[in-house]
Design a protein. Sequence first.
Length: 188
Amino acid sequence: MSRKPELRGRAARLARLLPTGSGRAARTPFVLLVVVLLGGGLIGLLVLNSALSEGSFQLDDLQDDVKSYTDEEQALQRDVDAYSAPEALQRRARELGMVPGGDPAFLEPDGRVRGVPSPAAAQTPASLPLVLAPEALAPASAAGPAPTPTPTPTSAPAPPPSPSDSPALPPPTGPSARSTPLSTNPGR
C-alpha cells in the first residue's frame, strides 16, 4: 500500500539506469565468481609450488650425479695419464720383453735411403721378463705365501694338444692358441 513516489527529471533518468530488484540477488553470482577465482588461484599456486619443489629435488639429484661422474672421469683420466707416461710405457715394454730398437733408416721421397739401420740389441736370458703365476697376483690375504716367480721365455711355442685331452674338439687357433701357459701348478 505504500506507493512509490514518482521521480521527475534527472532523478528519473538515473533510476532507469539502476536495477529495480533487490541488491542481494545481483550480488550472489558475483561473490560466487570471486570465491571460485580465489580458490582456483590458490589451488593453482599450490600445484605450481609443489611442481617447482619436485623440480628442485630432481635438479639436486642430477647435480650430485654430475659431480660423481666428473670425479670418476677425473680418476680415469689420471689413470690414463699414469699409464701413458714415458716411464710407465718403458717399464711395461721391458716387462713384455721388448728392447729398444736400433738406429732407423729413412726413405727420401726420391727413393734414396738416409741413415744406416742397425738391429735391436739381442736379449740375454737374464734379461727375459718374469711372467708371474696368477697366485702371485692374488691379494696378500690368501692362505699361503706367494710363490716366487720363475722366468718363462715368452717366445716358446705352446705344447701341442694331446689326442687324449678332448678328441671331439678341434685344435685351438688364433692368438690364444700360440700363448704360453703361465704356470703348471699341480695344486690347482
